[in-house]
Design a protein around this ligand. Structure first.
Ligand SMILES: NC(=O)c1ccc[n+]([C@@H]2O[C@H](COP(=O)([O-])OP(=O)(O)OC[C@H]3O[C@@H](n4cnc5c(N)ncnc54)[C@H](OP(=O)(O)O)[C@@H]3O)[C@@H](O)[C@H]2O)c1
Length: 242
């Protein structure tokens, strides 16, 4: 059976990705603080985990990854999707504890989960794929969104690192910058006061000019073009090209 592990399935893109993968016949493991009422059935399992809790990650996921490996799947795909947009604020105003939490969820967790993935799914006859969900913010500084931007830049380096270190033809890692999606993350950003998030007009503009795409539409493209189809190993994909 084809299997997928998706982080951040309670809502937004992760919920849509997990639902789409179940629809396509994948056995799906959702990981996060909460699941979604839209996800269920015998091919779905949920692992409760706060991804900010770094020491808990291996304990929670190792038995599940071992179980997946023992089921001798046809393929296994990890989608590092979960992320938090906050804290917002320019450097000089941020609280270190919040920055640390942001980096834990947005960068440390994908590294730790990928590290475990490479260790447990080491059989080179197994088709393995890691998809890191990044953002345009990885490339351009987002004024008032520093911790998120820095983490996404690091996440894109994680893709490069995986590709450089795992050379088997059955191992693929790619990055997707998924575009402007109509989720809670966009609501959070456009509702910030301008003095806290000087780039807020960018997000208000996305909304006012109708640029937001539904999570289901983005998920369908990611599953069809990046999970199921052949991809260029190591590449940064943008929503526009899907
Ligand atoms: N929306 C956009 O326009 C946009 C643009 C570019 C990139 N992206 C990227 O796309 C991905 C999905 O974003 P989205 O728009 O779907 O965001 P979202 O609606 O805010 O959903 C974020 C998901 O991450 C989970 N999450 C956050 N903190 C967590 C934690 N500490 N532990 C476990 N799970 C946690 C959330 O779970 P809880 O319900 O527990 O908080 C939720 O399931 C992210 O990587 C984001 O950076 C989004």
């Amino acid at each position: 059976m084809k299997t997928a592990i998706v982080t951040g399935v309670s809502r937004g893109l992760g919920e849509s990705l997990a639902a789409m993968l179940l629809e396509r016949g994948y056995a799906v493991t959702g990981v996060g603080r909460a699941s979604s009422a839209k996800l269920g059935g015998e091919d779905y399992r949920f692992v409760p985990l706060d991804l900010a809790d770094a020491p808990a990650i291996e304990d929670a996921l190792k038995p599940v990854f071992l179980d997946i490996a023992q089921s001798r799947p046809e393929s296994v795909c990890l989608i590092n999707n979960a992320a938090a947009a906050g804290p917002v604020g320019i450097l000089g105003t941020l609280e270190d504890a919040q920055v640390q939490r942001s980096l834990a969820v947005n960068l440390f967790a994908p590294i730790a989960i990928s590290n475990l993935f490479c260790r447990i799914f080491s059989n080179s006859s197994l088709e393995r794929r890691i998809i890191n969900v990044s953002s345009g913010a990885a490339q351009n500084a987002l004024v008032g969104g520093g911790p998120y931007s820095v983490a996404k830049a690091g996440l894109e380096m994680l893709t490069k690192q995986l590709v450089a270190e795992h050379r088997e033809p059955t191992f693929i890692a790619i990055t997707i910058r998924p575009g402007i999606i109509d989720t809670g993350m966009q609501v959070f950003m456009r509702e910030q006061p301008r003095d806290v998030l000087p780039s807020v007009d960018l997000f208000r503009g996305f909304h006012q000019s109708g640029q937001l795409v539904s999570a289901d539409v983005v998920a369908r493209k990611i599953v069809g073009k990046l999970v199921e189809a052949a991809v260029e190993n190591g590449r940064v994909y943008a929503y526009k090209e899907l």
